[in-house]
Write a protein that binds this ligand. Structure first.
Ligand SMILES: C[S@@+](CC[C@H](N)C(=O)[O-])C[C@H]1O[C@@H](n2cnc3c(N)ncnc32)[C@H](O)[C@@H]1O
Length: 176
């Protein structure tokens, strides 16, 4: 059975960045979408910062059930498959590690991004551009262990980097 991803260093770093960035973006009706809500840590951060229009999805039914219990709008979707409309802010702490045969099946959905680690991220980047409002932003976490990320035409700014154990985490702000 799949597990819900326990908030870890990556989650805390993203949450810290949201606390810095959201107040700069906040307008009365700011709409936020989180892909891969997991334990709901980022949704809680956004709610605590005063965002009223929060949407989210996950591919893991357990995570969806959990986030709904916390009072969030969360649906089952493989990335944007079931997401309609455009948003001011889209956030994603994705599975970003390259495949590791030793990784247990039940945690892979949260950690493994594909053979080289960037496959899910690259699918996300392809789809996300169609779901951004004018002046909309993406906040995306990746790791030094993720190979082959294709930012293509996005404008990008590195918001934060942090060395943890054997990897470095990066948080990017992207726009069309
Ligand atoms: C690293 S966890 C992050 C969870 C939480 N947002 C956090 O920051 O702690 C990645 C999450 O993405 C979800 N996920 C993986 N692949 C997905 C996909 N294709 N579409 C939507 N969610 C996905 C996983 O189930 C997991 O909840």
């Amino acid at each position: 059975m799949l597990e819900i991803y326990n908030a870890a260093e990556d989650s805390f770093l993203l949450s810290e960045v949201l606390k810095e960035e959201i107040p700069k973006l906040l307008t009365k009706n700011l709409t936020l979408l989180e892909i891969g809500a997991g334990s709901g840590i980022q949704l809680e951060t956004a709610r605590n910062l005063g965002i009223k229009n929060i949407f989210s999805c996950d591919i893991n039914s357990l995570a969806i059930k959990h986030c709904k219990k916390l009072g969030f709008n969360c649906i089952k979707s493989d990335l944007f498959e079931n997401i309609k409309g455009k948003f001011d802010l889209i956030i994603f702490n994705p599975p970003y590690l390259p495949e590791d045969k030793k990784e247990p099946e039940n945690s892979k959905v949260s950690t493994t991004g594909g053979k080289i680690g960037s496959e899910i991220i690259n699918r996300f980047l392809e789809q996300a551009k169609f779901h951004l409002n004018k002046n909309g932003k993406i906040i995306l976490l990746i790791s030094s262990l993720t190979k082959g990320v294709k930012f293509n035409n996005y404008k990008k700014k590195l918001l934060k980097k942090k060395k943890i154990f054997y990897e470095e985490l990066y948080i990017w702000k992207l726009s069309n």
